[in-house]
Design a protein around this ligand. Sequence first.
Ligand SMILES: [Zn+2]
Length: 308
Amino acid sequence: MISFPFSMAEVGPCRLCEHVRTLRLSHINPKFVYRFQKETTPTTIRSHINPNRPTQDSRKLYFLCDECEARLSRWETLFKREIYDPYHAGTFTELKYGPWFLKFAVSISWRSLKATLEVNADEVKTGRGMQPDFLSEAATAESAWRDFLLDRREHPGRFPQYFFFLDSLANSSNPDLPINFATYIHRVAASGIWHDPARGFMFTFGMLCSVAVIGVIFGPNLRSWGERIRVEKGILRMSTRVPAPTVVDMITAQANDHLTMSRSLSERQKMLDHQKLERAVSPEYLRAMAIDVVRAPRADHRIPKKRT
Ligand SMILES: [Zn+2]
């Protein structure tokens, strides 16, 4: 692979069309999601392939050629206009969607799967702690989703897609949920694979700030999940339905991880901010600031403020 260290491009095989082309450094989730993301912590790819291993993070990858980026962005634009923006504006009620909605969902799930497998290549290679059929099933899903995105097949096969509005879940009053649960749901963009061996589920997730796209790899019983996204057309209604327990567990685990990371990041950030301030201002001003900081009330740790 040839790389150009001073540009935002690299030549290599495009993950979608597999042609060797110039690849762009891009976010795994659609760009528009990051507008809603107020957090500064790195939580884009969260791997739970092996539930006994810690998670890994990565925000951006050289992933797609321009043509494939353009292909995905057509569905992203429709999703943003027809669902995402109205939902965030509080005006969404229902939508008769066309074939683009399933394409959009599969594009989110495919990127989550492909990127997570790639970022965790070592773990995938050894297969330690994984269910033996995981790799073959994940590879089958990846190829089914890729073929569907490239119009080589008409539907994503036995790997269906689900879409959840998460506002009512965020408002849950369950005391067992982590304190940042609502903040996590509203503000964090994350994608990855969730493996729940006890219930026999494995799925990809795209957490896109208050909504989630789930692509099922294994799922023994999906009756309680509501309606899967249809191939040709369907109706998406505003729903207060809480997702299945395995999905709620995934979100809870992500929120817990995020809380741990935010705490360690905020300690580091505090130190960096102080160093920056020391360099930028006079000692008198710094002393005055320090007094103010001591006097200031503690910020609500459940809603970390964005630092600029
Ligand atoms: Zn491509």
